[in-house]
Design a protein around this ligand. Structure first.
Ligand code: GLV
Length: 324
């Protein structure tokens, strides 16, 4: 049975609809005004919690579980990625971990495709030109970009977001290939007309490489100097998964010396820092981790996270547990 009044800690402000769900069953605390908690502050505020609704900024590990204490039953992250969570350290203590897959698929693929258009059509560069009041005039050779029709999109990790990216690319007339730990179902390959390649083949044959794999020890710096050197000099790299999948200084160098043509990045190795060399380059489109940042998507994510926490606290099966 549910605790009479479980203590629920929410580490960053979340939409009202999600707070309302949590308040129906427990005492809810969240930082007001909203702010990023330091690790020390985080450990203090979670002491005695039955549930923590967390974000990707929180380091959730054995020290976190110790700081929370023995009442902690669930950590519900408002994110699909959970590389910030040491899942075995929690599950071995009987703590359930949940995430929010599915509800952010379209928003993230939209942003990934937006970055692809931004870098190939030089939108940021064009805007910077206008804002700097630099004189310009229309002419046929002015600020030419690169078209997408007939080009190949190489997707690393054909999960839900990778497939959503592929569908968008198909609508733009691109051909799809993918690599990943395992081959997708035949029906998915057929729907997307997608060819399965080794990672090396994907790198060397794609006009655009878009990363949709989770960050794990295996994918850390998957895109390093070696991988970048395998890509075509005319190719673009899009990263909307996690920053450390890319060796950011190797990428900055590859963009500066023409190893590849450009990049679109929504995530960074040491967020909120961005490698200073990237900030100087015109052939990279940058966004501050906005993949799921729409009102609709953030509301859906927070509501799902709240439902996960409520389910565990009331002794029922959470909709989207992390199996670990
Ligand atoms: C965002 O980056 C997420 O993992 O949901």
């Amino acid at each position: 049975m549910a605790d009479a009044s479980p203590r629920i800690v929410v580490t960053r402000e979340i939409p009202q609809a999600a707070l309302d769900l949590l308040r129906e069953i427990g005492d809810v605390w969240w930082p007001q005004p909203d702010k990023a908690l330091s690790p020390g502050e985080l450990h203090q505020v979670i002491a005695g919690a039955d549930a923590v609704v967390s974000t990707l900024q929180d380091r959730v590990d054995a020290a976190f579980a110790d700081a929370a204490g023995p009442r902690l039953k669930v950590v519900s992250t408002v994110a699909v990625g959970y590389d910030n969570i040491d899942v075995p350290a929690l599950t071995s203590r009987g703590i359930v971990v949940t995430n929010t897959p599915g509800v952010l698929t379209d928003a993230t693929a939209d942003l990934a495709f937006g970055l692809l258009l931004a870098v190939t059509r030089r939108l940021g560069e064009g805007e910077r030109l206008l804002r700097s009041r630099t004189p310009w005039s229309f002419h046929l050779g002015f600020m030419l970009g690169s078209g997408l029709q007939g080009k190949t999109l190489g997707i690393v990790g054909l999960g839900q977001i990778g497939r959503a990216m592929a569908r968008r690319a198909l609508a733009f007339g691109m051909d799809i290939r993918y690599s990943g730990r395992r081959r997708a179902d035949e029906a998915i390959e057929r729907e997307l007309g997608a060819t399965y390649l080794s990672f090396e083949e994907l790198l060397s044959s794609s006009d655009v490489v878009s990363l949709h794999c989770p960050l794990t020890p295996l994918t850390h710096h998957l895109i390093d100097a070696d991988a970048l050197a395998r890509m075509k000099p005319s190719a673009y790299l899009i990263n909307t998964t996690r920053g450390p999948v890319v060796d950011e200084s190797a990428l900055a160098k590859a963009l500066a010396d023409g190893t590849i043509a450009g990049a679109g990045l929504d995530v960074f190795e040491n967020e909120p820092e961005v490698h200073p060399d990237l900030l100087e380059l015109d052939n990279v489109a940058l966004a501050p981790h906005l993949g799921s940042a729409t009102v609709e998507t953030r509301t859906a994510m927070a509501t799902l996270a709240a439902r996960n926490a409520v389910a565990v606290l009331t002794g029922t099966q959470p909709p989207t547990p992390v199996r670990g």
